[in-house]
Write a protein that binds this ligand. Structure first.
Ligand code: NAD
Length: 495
């Protein structure tokens, strides 16, 4: 019988936390069984509430891969431990993760990417980088349109509060975990407004954490530096798309995609999972490495403030890894001592509960995963908002200059430019106006109308403007209102 250290027994008076779990698809049920066996052996103070998600639920006709009744359990429990699911091929299915993020307001994704050298092969010994990714905004709001035969748009949505919540989370995480530096990556040399906002809020938040070093890189050179010298990075904070891409790369170069877990923290709950997918080809063979989900479970326990159990499992896991007890994916002759299956790996961890690693750094008894109650609190500027014009998108085979000029005259506006994918065709290239647009120009024009003089536009002016354009036989596909905020334009003044 396993002898449990004192800290196990002292937890008996603790209230049990209600946790939703889902076994998922592919290797999901096996790695979840292994993880739950470890949690049980470590006497984690949790009560499990199982729900079904994934392929079967998708195929029953639930588009998000979750039965509506399961939402009640997810909302009623304190956190959700989720195994990977298989998204069925074909159209009509929506991402389960996106649905869960939206329902629970999971704005922060936290992914520690750690090298376990010399026991697990890695290109970067000593690497220890935490990627903190914004989870709700950016291009992932899924707002996309097709406007012409050839032209599609996607909306990158960025809010002041969304930026502040994730950036503040990153700094608080760094402070709590005694990390030295928070690096921000954006592409604000090109996306001056959306990424510019992220960068500006990062700079403002950084002032509140003077003990933490801060630096900003343009994402392209920053990513190059990260993959070349990850030891120079500590905590990285990014918006959604960049974070999605870079967190996979960071986990991969640590050599540990199968070993990494992720936490999704929000205002109405939290979800924990492995970073890998359901690996269907490995399913049902007792092959899969359960470590990613075990790491997720450790973060879940930290989130629940059960630091003792989190540390206990973490140290037992580190001891298992350094003893060379490895599943096939990380097994290497010379480095590993024995190749084990999913169940045997879990048993190895269980039998090491209470033991400390001797060569790898032991897990610290600290609350890695934090909750932030206050959220965004930088004071937003109070600037007077004025409507001063509109960008109207027109699907046409020729530059619609004459039609636009006539329409503008009718509403006291002027056409300040017509552009196609950033290329100004009017006024700089007015000679092009009679040219039939060739294939490369994709016949979708952004036509800017600004109110003449110092007058404002009204929403009715924009409607009349579009009516006038349509009456010229032109196909209006979309409009964007142009606003000023105080003295500053809420739009890019040049295409
Ligand atoms: P994957 O991560 O499932 O597998 C890629 C390869 O990595 C596998 O073939 C396997 O060789 C290896 N691998 C992954 N996890 C492993 C583990 N724990 N132990 C040992 N080897 C492991 O990626 P994929 O093949 O692109 O996706 C498979 C399915 O998973 C798809 O349906 C995808 O939509 C889904 N997916 C789900 C999630 C999620 O639920 N969070 C995340 C990613 C992918």
């Amino acid at each position: 019988m396993t002898t449990f250290p004192k800290q196990y027994i002292e937890k008996e008076h603790m209230t049990k936390a209600d946790i939703a779990i889902a076994r998922g698809d592919g290797i999901g049920p096996e790695i979840m069984a292994a993880t739950l066996a470890i949690l049980e052996a470590a006497q984690a103070n949790i009560t499990l509430h199982e729900i079904e998600i994934g392929q079967n639920v998708y195929l029953k006709g639930f588009q998000n891969g979750i039965d509506p009744k399961s939402w009640d359990i997810i909302h009623a429990t304190q956190a959700f431990l989720k195994a990977p699911v298989t998204t069925p091929q074909g159209g009509g299915f929506r991402s389960l993760n996106v649905a869960i993020r939206a329902a629970l307001g999971l704005y922060a994704n936290i992914r520690p990417c750690i090298a376990y050298d010399p026991f697990v092969d890695t290109k970067y010994p000593g690497m220890d980088v935490v990627v903190i990714r914004e989870n709700e905004e950016d291009l992932y709001t899924g707002v996309e349109y097709r406007h012409t035969q050839d032209c599609y748009h996607a909306i990158k949505m960025t809010t002041r509060q969304g930026c502040e919540k994730i950036i503040r989370y990153a700094f608080e995480y760094a402070r709590q975990n005694n990390r030295k530096k928070v690096t921000c990556f954006t592409k604000d040399n090109i996306l001056k407004m959306t990424d510019g906002l992220f960068h500006a809020i990062y700079d403002a938040c950084a002032k509140e954490y003077p003990e933490i070093e801060h630096e900003h890189w343009i994402i392209d050179i920053g990513a190059a530096k990260l993959t070349d010298t990850p030891q120079n990075f500590d905590v990285i904070v990014l918006s959604n798309l960049y974070g999605d891409i870079l967190s996979d790369i960071t986990a991969q170069i640590a050599g540990s995609v199968g070993l990494a877990g992720s936490a999704n923290i929000g205002e109405r709950g939290a979800m924990f999972e492995a970073i890998h997918g359901s690996a269907p080809r490995r399913a049902g063979q007792n092959l899969a490495n359960p470590s990613g989900l075990i790491m997720a479970a450790i973060m879940l326990l930290e989130y629940l403030d059960d630091i003792d159990t989190a540390t206990l499992i973490h140290n037992a896991w580190l001891k298992t890894i350094e003893e060379g007890i490895h599943t096939y994916d990380i097994f290497e002759e010379g480095k590993s001592s024995i190749k084990v299956g999913t169940k045997e790996f879990a048993h190895a961890v269980i039998s090491r509960l209470g033991k400390m690693p001797e060569k790898l750094a032991s897990a610290k008894k600290s609350k890695g995963i934090i909750r932030i109650k206050e959220g965004a609190h930088l004071t937003p500027p109070h600037e007077t908002k004025r409507l001063v014009g509109a960008d109207i998108y027109i699907d046409a085979s020729e530059i619609p200059l004459e039609g636009c000029i006539r329409a503008a005259q009718a509403v006291r506006a002027e056409v300040t430019f017509i552009a196609n994918r950033g290329l100004v065709l009017y006024p700089h290239a007015a000679h092009l106006r009679s040219v039939t647009i060739n294939q490369e120009m994709k016949a979708h024009f952004r036509c800017r109308f600004l109110a003449k003089g110092d007058t404002d536009f009204t929403p009715k002016d924009i409607i009349s403007l579009q009516e006038k354009i349509i009456s010229q036989g032109l196909d209006v596909t979309k409009y964007e209102g142009l606003y000023t905020f105080g003295e500053k334009p809420g739009f890019r003044e040049t295409p």
